[in-house]
Design a protein around this ligand. Sequence first.
Ligand SMILES: Nc1ncnc2c1ncn2[C@@H]1O[C@H](COP(=O)(O)OP(=O)(O)O)[C@@H](O)[C@H]1O
Ligand SMILES: [Mg+2]
Length: 496
Amino acid sequence: MLTARIFLKLIIGVAGILTVGVVMMDLLVPPLARATLLEERTRELEQKARMLAQLFPEGLAEPTPTRLHTLARETGVRLTLVARDGRVLADTDADPAHMENHAQRPEIAAALAGRIGSMERYSPTVGIQSLYVAIPVETGALRLAVPLADVEQRVANLRREILRSVTLAFLPVMLIAAVFARYASSRLGAIIDFAGQLADGGFHRRLNWKGTNEFAQLARKLDETAQKLETTFDQLKREHAELEKLEQIRKDFVINVSHELRTPLASIQGYTETLLAGAIHDPEHNVRFLEIIRQNAERLGNLTRDLLTLSRIELKLQRFQFASYYVNRLIEDCVDALRPLAQAKNLTVTFEPAPPATEVFCDAEAVHQALSNLLDNAIKYTQEGGRIRVSASVLAPRDGAPRYVEIAVEDTGPGIPKEDLPRLFERFYRVDKARSRALGGTGLGLAIVKHLVRSQGGSVRVDSELGRGSTFAFTLPMDDLGLDEESSLKEELTYS
Ligand SMILES: Nc1ncnc2c1ncn2[C@@H]1O[C@H](COP(=O)(O)OP(=O)(O)O)[C@@H](O)[C@H]1O
Ligand SMILES: [Mg+2]
């Protein structure tokens, strides 16, 4: 449709130009041809006039009409003899008696003045367009006249001939124009179509035209533009999605925090009111109620402590003191600190150390807290009589990459469903909320582990099988990675 319109416009344009050319030719050529013919005819007539004047050196004072008629017939012209005063003495086509004085006729006036005069004019005497040439003779002037009908005829013929041949030439020109117009219109159509799609956001399309002509060059520029738009658009889309995700995480976090705070607060308020309303004097319940209040206060304390820890790391307020430590020593200290808890649940804790004197480069306090959180979980979630195995091993280094030690805590607990594993390190994410709360958990322990480990330049992982147990592990660099102590946390989705 669009292509057809462009085609039509191009063809009409070419036809218009050709038509203008033909009209111009028709306007210019015939008058030029006519002028040339007339000039030729005048020269001819002048020659004849000179010859005739030569024939009568004695003049034509008393020209016999017969003689004049013979001469006129022989030369094929009309002859008029005019006296010096302008009177017509003789004429081969008219009766001089009926002819007016010719002194004012421009050609006669010129001849009477001694020059050859010529003029093209309508003859009132014979009633046709004629060419006049007058030459001075003894008696006055001899005038020769020829009708110009044949000149007009020849001009008309020429005009017809020109129009015919130009019209014939029109056809191949139009044919060539049509071929070009078809090519140009299809190309232009495709480009307009492409630009339209680009404007509507179809950035993935390309024209991919080969060649060096202007269409191909334009197509390449458009392809480049589309490429740039696509890249920019994709980037914006990604950034937008990321921002939306962040915003969602932030909202969820606020809701979670409010919810976590409200439950213990409501409980404290409820039991306090009950006690104040008289239950304080009820020896059967008062201690139990106070114990519930204490537990909830402790929960609030744990929650605010964990929240504070997280935001200190995130806001980079936490200052780490990096140094080299024997990894086995760090782990043993931590395991020893939590051993009483494990013993209380009748759990066996074993430790498989790394090769002696293996060093890690980290902040000892941060590692202690991370490992404590993992051990605490293992102890909390593993049934009585279970086993916990802590190990440290040097990971096989990849070419050129820094060397790491991995610390793992493996338990024989209930395990974690596969679908929960990817989100386990998110804030407040718990597999079993009620169980976690009952055990005094905040749901922030693993998020803290992840952030602490990352700020040491390490990474976390979890592996678990339902009914078999879980393995939580993190790595620590063995050498100084040159982490900035204050801003060791890389830019990331900080709420996750
Ligand atoms: N060793 C483990 N065995 C089974 N589940 C675990 C273990 N460690 C963590 N989890 C699960 O991961 C959740 C998140 O752990 P965490 O962030 O430490 O929060 P909390 O312990 O306060 O609930 C826990 O609620 C629990 O469901
Ligand atoms: Mg925990």
